[in-house]
Write a protein that binds this ligand. Structure first.
Ligand SMILES: Nc1ncnc2c1ncn2[C@@H]1O[C@H](COP(=O)(O)OP(=O)(O)OP(=O)(O)O)[C@@H](O)[C@H]1O
Ligand SMILES: [Mg+2]
Length: 449
């Protein structure tokens, strides 16, 4: 039996919350509308191949670049890749502009992101007591200093499996955890026999005199079989960055309260962690899980960052780097050189490029319907067509952004269905990028003489 303990998983939601995956069939062909995605078939199939390469660990030293006009689903596809990879593979998302921080060096920010994107899966055999709580009694004693107060002293707790029942008496520390976790009858728990840590796994139905609610905060699980005290394989996935922080704080190089906030991790700590991981891997105590570092709007990176990334791709511990940009020929930041996508050629040489194309009106209609459903907004035919027209003429993103303002406008008129007139009103209040530039130009001519 194994248990997975996740440490961290940064998520981007909001505008892409409707995306569940790449929507491919078992042969890797894109289904027109599936998993919240619509159209963009070739790019989705390419992304599917990338997912397969990542899962098979065959993409080291390479990167992916999504290129396409604004609003064509580059970010959406990267999110879909993350969903396909599942909980087990680290996925770190950042925007190119995030490297410009006042507290940390650009390369430190990238280094940290790279190390967050690589998992270290550690397997451990531990002795545990595991069972469903069938009885629990906390004994209190008088507070040593405040005589009228009682403090929990010990607990008698009975754990049951399908085959055995065992009553344990546990001391103050475990009692404190039991109270903190709110452990009650019917909970399946385990207690680490060596460290005394208590974990709650879920709820088991049918325990006598346990209270069950219609909505439980913990999922229902099966009653385990076998003895209560057993050896159990525990699998934990840390990121290399988690280990960096752990080692740094152990060495008191970083205090707990400033963890990762402003301080940089000293290079000798990273070296030590690398060696530790290599040793674990050699001894088969751990395995590496290379994940994904996704850098959106990658044209915001500068020459220093690009050369750092090129080097990182060659290093021993490297996640898969996925970049996205909507720039054609542009200046590489930090230089006067123009280059495709504003990136140096030696980096571009290492990237597999996936293009995304503008949508057809039918696809825009489908996407707007999905987004409206996701945001719980009712559109009538006219409103939908108006939004499709907006999306084709300006951008899909602008059309999607108008949904919520249009809903509020409709609501103020006492309607719960959005009509074309509400969309038109929203468009007048919130203009798109082209209009705003035009507007400012007109005023510039009038005022700034
Ligand atoms: N094929 C698709 N199916 C469903 N939703 C999509 C699809 N493509 C884009 N979207 C949605 O449309 C909106 C705009 O797309 P997205 O932000 O991914 O574009 P982008 O290519 O990253 O644009 P930019 O270059 O401006 O960053 C998002 O809400 C996104 O989730
Ligand atoms: Mg984007």
């Amino acid at each position: 039996m194994s248990i997975e303990i996740r440490v961290e998983r940064p998520k981007r939601i909001g505008a892409h919350s409707h995306i569940r995956g790449l929507g491919l069939d078992e042969n890797g062909k894109a289904i027109k509308v599936a998993d919240g995605l619509v159209g963009q078939l070739k790019a989705r199939e390419a992304a599917g191949i990338v997912v397969k390469m990542i899962k098979e660990g065959r993409i080291a030293g390479r990167g992916i670049l999504f290129v396409g006009p604004p609003g064509t689903g580059k970010t959406a596809l990267a999110i879909a890749i993350a969903r396909e990879l599942g909980e087990d593979t680290p996925f770190v998302a950042m925007s190119g502009s995030e490297i410009y921080s006042s507290e940390k060096k650009k390369t430190e920010i990238l280094m940290e992101a790279l190390r967050r994107a690589i998992g270290v899966r550690v397997r451990e055999e531990r002795a545990v007591y595991e069972g469903v709580v069938t009885s629990i009694k906390v004994r209190r004693r008088r507070h040593p200093l405040v005589p009228y107060m009682a403090v929990p002293a010990e607990t008698r707790i009975t754990l049951r499996t399908k085959d055995e029942e065992l009553t344990l008496t546990v001391g103050e520390e475990i009692t404190r955890q039991i109270l903190e976790l709110g452990i009650k009858k019917g909970d399946l728990i385990w207690i680490d026999a060596e460290t005394g840590r208590v974990y709650r796994v879920g709820r088991v139905k049918g325990v006598e005199s346990a209270r069950y609610y219609d909505i439980e905060t913990y999922k229902y699980v099966e009653m385990p079989s076998g003895p209560v005290k057993k050896r159990k394989e525990i699998v934990r996935t840390f990121s290399i960055h988690d280990l960096d922080l752990a080692v740094a704080s152990q060495r008191a190089l970083i205090s707990f309260f400033t963890l990762g906030v402003e301080r940089e991790i000293p290079p000798e700590v990273r070296k030590e962690v690398d060696e530790m991981i290599k040793k674990w891997v050699d001894e088969k105590k751990a395995e590496l899980v290379p994940g994904v570092l996704f850098i959106d709007d990658a044209h915001m990176l500068d020459i220093e960052a690009f050369s750092f990334l090129s080097r990182a791709m060659e290093s021993e511990f490297s996640p898969i780097i996925i970049l996205a940009t909507n720039r054609g020929i542009a200046k590489i930041r930090g230089t006067d050189l123009e280059s495709p996508h504003g990136m140096p050629l030696d980096l571009l040489d290492r990237l597999l490029i996936i293009p995304t194309k503008p949508y057809e009106p039918d696809e825009i209609r489908e996407i707007i319907k999905i987004r409206a459903g996701e945001e719980g907004i009712k559109l009538d035919e006219g409103a939908l067509e108006e939004l499709v027209a907006v999306g084709s003429k300006t951008s899909l993103r602008y059309a999607v952004q108008l949904l919520e303002p249009a809903r509020i406008i409709a609501e103020r008129k006492g309607r719960d269905t959005v009509k074309a007139e509400d969309v038109i009103e929203a468009r007048e209040l919130f203009i798109d990028l082209k209009q705003s530039v035009k507007y400012l130009k007109e005023y510039e001519e009038k005022f700034l003489k």
